[in-house]
Structures are given as structure tokens and as C-alpha cells.
Design a protein around this ligand. Sequence first.
Ligand SMILES: Cc1ncc(COP(=O)(O)O)c(C=O)c1O
Length: 437
Amino acid sequence: MNHSKFSISRRSLLTGVATTAAISSFGVAAEKQASSFILPKASQSSAGSLAADEAFWAEIATYYDRTQGIVNLEHGYWGKMAKPVIEAYQRATKMVNDQNSFYARKRFPKDIRHATSRVAQALGAEEGEIVLTRNATESIHNLIRQYQGLSAGDAVLFADSDYPSFKTTMKWLEQDQGVKSVEVITPSLADQQQLLHAYVAAFDKHPEIKLMLLTHVSNQHGLVFPVVEVVKEAHNRGIDVICDCAQSWGLIDYKISDLEVNWAGFNLHKWIGSPVGVGALYMKKGSLNKIAPYPGESDPDNSRAYTRVHTATANFAAFLAVPTALDFHQAIGGENKQARLHYLRDLWFTEAQSMSHIEVLGGKDSMSSTGMSSFRLKGKNSIDDANKLQQRLENDFGIFTVIRKGLDSGACVRITPQVFTGVDEIQQLVDSLKKLA
Ligand SMILES: Cc1ncc(COP(=O)(O)O)c(C=O)c1O
């Protein structure tokens, strides 16, 4: 394996020593022990060919401690921190605890500004457009609850494939604002055209829609929604869009400008690999007038995104580890990570698709799919069926998964590998699927 020492200017494709970003954040004590890592140099020029380079990914896997006692194919809940990230987090936790309010009151404001600016850079957002939150839920709930554009008789739209808690909050607008909620049913195995068509049909049927929730990547089956196209159709009809990017950033590689949305919620604890407890709110410059400040806070010229959330005391150390998490993510390369996860998904998905007893759910083509997808036994779509299937995989075959039950078409079992998942583990899944007949 060809190793290359890190170059912060990113001369080579893959880089390794995360000393710089962490330094300003940790104070003197931490500065002396900043994280370093040396990642293998890419042996292939394209992300697509690197995706199948087992030696390379085996080397990446050494940066993670593995779940013991089971093959874990449920990495959609939150992402495991790589070793350099957990080390940075542990150091930050100790420093914050040692220095207590002396640190938090004097240095933390500067450090969180640094972490925020790193997130903005990584997402391609402008300064002031990103606010760090505790999770995607905090970001999205605030957007929904503080949205100002509704009057009685209007409608709001969400999809069956949206995140369940956000569907609940969109429905709650009925009682809070006197609006009607409309649920669009999206196909469970779909391409971009079919998904766009489902939204356009709902817009045409309900011209009273004023606000919609749009998920970039569904947590039910990893389906990628055609955000740009849907947003264009929505904006043409005067519909505002809140975009849920909780499951997309890091699972797929993009910049916020690629999505052409005004408002979005993210987390970094899934696919960016930060400690649990880091989210982000994006509000495009000039788009703040319809989202009120957090109750009681003021923003006289409507230009300060940070007045839309009030996080108060949170996990200081988790925010301090964000620069190292971004360093590690960028060292692997967002595009490489997306391609590898997609490759692992294709290994089982293609096999499962040819099994007559299995129904697969997710993207039909590569534009519409991610490393995450779902399946169920044909004709068995109740929650009870999915629970039994999940239990069988766990108890009989040693594979841990999770059931998802939000889709109109019924419940399913979700399969989510990570960058450290081996092809042998995917093969174990394929062998198990065959035996489910
Ligand atoms: C699509 C989607 N939206 C939102 C969330 C909520 O994210 P968080 O736990 O960071 O609030 C999740 C979490 O699983 C998700 O998958």
C-alpha cells in the first residue's frame, strides 16, 4: 500500500494529518497533541474505479473500531467517528471540562465561529448562511414552526417518504395555522422523472399549497429526490421549500448551491462523522424574511440566520471536533465515499433484484440511489412482517439492520453499509437473502 503524508494544500487525492484545523480550537494543552492520520494514497484516478479497490478500503477501515458480535448494516442512524475524530473529541471533552466556564465564556465563541466557517466552506455556503445546531431536527423544526407565509385555507405538502417526525410537524401546522396538509405518495422504487412527476401532479391538484417539505435523501430507502427540478416547479407556483438534507450530506457529495434551495437542515453526525450532537441550519442570504427569529429574539434587518435558533448550552466538545471530522471526510474525499457506498449497495441490490421472493426499494438508477436502500419479502409489507424479517436477519444470520415503516407502500428493512464495511459482509447479506426464500 502506497502511503502519502498529508499535505494541507491537498496536492494528492487523499490526505492525512489533521493538525491545523483542530489547533485553534483546543487551547494550548490540546495543541500539543493534535490528531494526525495518514491515509493511503488513491491507486486509481477515478472515484468509480477506486470504489472497487478493496486494499484501499481495507486500509480506510483500520481507522474505525468495529461493532462487536454482529455484522452491522445499520449505519443510517448516526455515523461512527473515525479514530482521529474520537481522539480529538476526547481531548476536547477533557479540555472543556478542565477549563470549564473560563474556556466556554472566553474562547468558545471564537472556536464555534471557526467550526461554523469550516462547515460553510465544506458546503460551499457563504459566511453567515450557516448556523450550527444540535441536529437536523432542531434546524428543520425551527424552519417549519417559524415559517411566516401561511394563512387559513392554504395547504402544506409533505411526502410519505419524508422523515416521520417532520411529517408530524407539517401536519401540526393544520391546528396551529388553520391550513390543510397534503401528503404526496412517492413510488418506492423510482427514477428522477417519476419522482418529479409525483410532485408536479400534487402541485397541480392542490394550487393552494404554499409551503412544502422536500427530503434530499429519504431515510426510508435512500432514494435521492430531484431537488433542483422540484424546487423550480415549486417556486414557479409560489411554493416555499424547506429541504431536509439530514441523510444526504456525506452520503452523497455536493455543494449547497447544487440544490438551489433557500433553507435546509443538516447534521454532521451521520455521514460527515462528527460526534453525535452537531447539526446545521442553512439560510440563503436574502431569504430570511419568511422565517421569523426564534421567539422573542430580534433581527431588525432580517439578515441574521443565527437568530433563527437558540441552542444555549450544548456539547462544546462535539462542535470542537467538527474541523477534524471534516478533515477526515475530505481526506477520504466526498466523491470517493459516495462511489464506494454506492458500489457496496449495488453488490447486494442487483442480486436481490433478481430474487423472485424479494422486493427492493430505493433508486432505480444511479442518479436516484445512494449507498442506502431497502427491501422486503414480496407481499409482506406489514410492520409485523418487517419486524420478523429484521429479527431473522439478526438472529439466524448475524446481520443487524433496521425496519422503516413510513412509506405508504408498507414497511421494509433498510440496509446501510459504511466506508469500513467489507465486501465479505455484503456477500453474507446476499447469501442470507437467498435463504429467505
Ligand atoms: C431524512 C432524515 N431527516 C431528519 C433526520 C433527523 O436527523 P437528526 O437526528 O440529526 O435530527 C434523520 C435522521 O435519521 C433523517 O434520516
